[in-house]
Write a protein that binds this ligand. Structure first.
Ligand code: IFM
Length: 513
């Protein structure tokens, strides 16, 4: 696997929950790694509560296009995709799904599929072209129209304030390792809440903050492509501060606001039953899953590091614990796949790996980075999707029940979950898209979610990733996660079989449809 494939797999699989009860792990989970599917009876019996919010998720850079329209500034993803050799096929998100112009049509499609929630992100450089200063009213008006159209369609607007498209001007000022960005981000969040907070009540500051910090500043796989572990730590701390500052800014500007999250998470299982591997899996859970959740809920970082957190390197100042504290109203996280984690703390750390293999950390002596010291591999016992992720439905149950347990049964929203399969229109089917593998993926993962709800998890929403095939970051247009097929030559949308199926699920709260 090359560096790019690693990056693509990592963003979807980026994280893992070490499965333990209190201090000791649930050994049966390790023993129970039988590949294979969920019993059909579980799928047939699955029921979701009345009022459950079925939705889809998207992200500004992946769908909007219109990269320089109406006063928008340059983002780091514009700069990255405009640099030769960065994206598979040399493509860009300049047009993507052109949703900036076609949003009414896409919302009509979501309504046709009985959707009740739409998670979208706002592009910071549309609102503040250089990341600071007075808002660009044309950008705000665009999102105002989008939100109005959603409300008109009976769909809840769900806003991610940042899904990776940092204004390039702020990267030029040091990017996320620069602590000042926490304040700039809070200003931006306040602007959004002031102008849109009368209609949006559900907000999350960041999509996948760990990936922002690690993939951008340590792995160098995403813009700004830096490879400095201390920059990664600093970026992580700024993001945690920014999350809390934005939370306060949104609440101050909009009394109706509720603030949660859109964290990447995946259950992590220790590779062996050894104490070392169990401890490594716990560090993985702390770093990749709950680092920002713990910061918000308790004003502290979890035990992600071998030894004490490297506070100095992170730029942690006295009193920061108070700034980090901003308890979430509900907890949002993604589920795609799982991780198998092993300890690397007894080896000499030799520099972070070569970015080949299933995981950077799999072939890096000493682990993924000098501080967390674990390897996390993506197993291949289950079948793989076309996008290369292992299908492991049981992980949804394990993850949801673990977070419920650890955080005192919060309200949970699944902010993303989905699979990349390349099925397209079939001529002999008159253009129909029979993507049965995607339907089966959702049937099984959702059956496991229903089981977690039956067992007491307070899950109120599920957002499929994604409404329509879109720009898949460094993989360009070579992966398709949509319930709707996008023909990028002419922007024609075709609902896949999975889209029709998901629409029936949304109408009936059951999976045997
Ligand atoms: O497309 C991405 C999305 O932007 C973030 N989560 C994972 C998805 C699939 O890789």
């Amino acid at each position: 696997m090359n560096r790019r494939q690693f990056a693509a797999r990592s963003i979807a699989a980026a994280a893992g929950a070490a499965l333990y009860h209190g201090q000791s792990y649930a050994a049966p989970l390790f023993a129970d790694r039988t590949p294979g599917s969920v019993p059909e009876s579980l799928i047939q019996q699955a029921r979701f509560p009345e009022g459950f919010l079925w939705g889809t998720a998207t992200a500004s850079y992946q769908v909007e296009g219109a990269w320089n329209a109406d006063g928008k500034g340059e983002s780091i993803w514009d700069r990255f995709t405009h640099t030769r050799g960065k994206v598979r096929g040399g493509v860009t998100g300049d047009v993507a799904c052109d949703q900036y112009h076609l949003y009414s049509q896409d919302i009509a499609l979501a309504k046709r599929l009985n959707q009740k929630s739409y998670r979208f992100s706002i592009s910071w450089p549309r609102i503040q072209p250089v990341g600071t200063g007075a808002p660009n009213m044309k950008g705000l008006d665009h999102y105002g129209r989008l939100v109005d159209a959603l409300l008109e369609a009976g769909i809840r607007p769900w806003c991610t304030m940042y899904h990776w498209d940092l204004p390039q001007a702020l990267e030029d000022r040091g990017g996320w390792p620069n602590r000042d960005l926490a304040g700039y981000f809070a200003d931006y969040a306040g602007i959004l809440a002031k102008h849109l907070g009368d209609r949006i009540t559900v907000w999350a500051p960041f999509n996948m903050p760990w990936a922002i910090a690690f993939m951008g500043y340590a792995a160098g796989a995403f813009p700004p492509c830096r490879t400095s572990f201390s920059d990664f730590l600093k970026a992580a701390h700024t993001l945690a501060l920014a999350q809390a500052e934005a939370h306060r800014a949104v609440k101050a500007a909009s009394p109706k606001a509720t603030v949660g999250s859109a964290y990447e998470m995946a259950p992590a299982y220790p590779k062996t039953d050894s104490d070392d591997d169990r401890a490594a899996a716990a560090r993985y859970h702390a770093m990749n899953n709950v680092f920002f959740l713990e910061a918000a809920m308790h004003g502290r970082y979890p035990k992600a590091f071998v030894g004490e957190p490297p506070y100095e390197l992170m730029g942690f100042k006295a009193g920061d614990e108070k700034l980090l504290y901003a308890p979430l109203d509900w907890v949002g996280f993604h589920y795609y796949t799982r991780r198998i984690v092993s300890d690397a703390s007894k080896e000499r750390f030799l520099g972070g790996g070569n970015f080949s293999g299933t995981e950077i950390e799999s072939n890096a002596p000493g682990g993924r980075d000098p501080y967390t010291r674990f390897r996390a591999a993506m197993p291949t016992e289950g079948p793989l999707t076309d996008a290369g992720l292992e299908v492991w439905p049981r992980g949804m149950y394990d993850l949801v029940t673990q977070i419920s347990r650890e955080y005192n049964h919060p309200i949970i929203e699944i902010t993303e979950s989905g699979c990349g399969y390349l099925d397209g229109p079939e001529e002999e089917e008159k253009g129909r898209i029979p993507d049965g593998r995607r339907i089966q993926w959702y049937r099984e993962v959702l059956a496991e979610l229903a089981r977690a709800i039956t067992d007491g998890a307070r899950v109120r929403a599920f957002h499929a990733w994604t409404l329509l095939d879109n720009f898949q970051w460094a993989e360009g247009y070579t992966e398709r996660y949509g319930l709707i097929y996008t023909d990028f030559r002419n922007q024609k949308r075709t609902i896949k079989d999975s889209g029709f199926w998901y629409g029936r699920v949304a109408a009936s709260n059951r999976l045997n449809v």
